[in-house]
Design a protein around this ligand. Sequence first.
Ligand SMILES: Cc1cc2nc3c(=O)[nH]c(=O)nc-3n(C[C@H](O)[C@H](O)[C@H](O)COP(=O)(O)O)c2cc1C
Length: 300
Amino acid sequence: MKNVLVIYYSQSGQLEEIARNIAKPILNSEAINVTFHEIQLQKPFPFPWDKSSFFDAFPESFLQIPTALKPVPEEILNAKFDLILFHYQVWYLSPSIPVNSFLKSDDAKKILNNTPVVTISGSRNMWIMAQEKIKTLLKEANAQLVGNIALVDRVGNLISVITIVEWMFSGVKKKYLGILPLPGVSDKDIQESDKFGNVIVSALNEGKLEDLQPKLLAIDAVKISPYLVTVDKTANKIFNKWSNLIYKHQKNRKQLLKVFNVYLFLAIWLISPIVYILHLITYPFKLKTIKKETQYYQGV
Ligand SMILES: Cc1cc2nc3c(=O)[nH]c(=O)nc-3n(C[C@H](O)[C@H](O)[C@H](O)COP(=O)(O)O)c2cc1C
């Protein structure tokens, strides 16, 4: 009998639905025992979000400062797992605060030690650098990353900014203004995510987890947009400056967060289209680098 642990955190339920769909084929396999663990905070974040809480989560998300979690049940802490499916969402280009807090906890270090892990993200579309941060945290916990699946909102970058923000502030997945597409990972992608579970079951049963990622890639587990990689990297440098500034000046936190809010608006609506045009112009000269980067970010 093999043991699989499914870990997730989800505010809207989107990531939980993804986790349950991917786990379906694993649950159907008689030789595998599946346990679910939901990461829970001592003091939960609001959902739907209000504007001030949403921006207030920025410095601690980006600086990866952990918060208190509810303890992991003893039966999970004392078990040894053959594979962990680790589901996370991105907040401000970093693993969300609940996910970061979990990965830095002693409980997680005990569970992850010497254990293969498949990471599964459900984000808007900007997850590349967050995954690099997850890789570091998994290494520190002595876990082995064997696979990665990145589920995203596939509509255009700026459209998804509008629809996801509206979803986060209303708590309801609906067509904003009646015309914009639904926010988040599409229902089709969520329903079809059991295909990843099938591949994972085979790899686990054959004892070939080290060959898993190419098989996941063959069924579209990860799509890389070179433009979004550029934006993600650039924004990380800028967020680094903002988060440190705000965190070091707690007395002026509220005012600074308001300025950051205005900056973010301008960065998304003014700077990112300029970066896009520059990206298109320089694209032909960067083909080699882009190919290398794409291969790297598709891997584990
Ligand atoms: C505070 C906050 C910041 C976010 N920042 C990002 C981000 O930087 N990149 C991204 O792709 N998605 C971002 N998202 C979207 C989330 O990754 C995720 O898709 C959404 O919150 C739904 O997840 P859920 O399963 O917890 O409901 C953000 C969401 C929140 C609430």
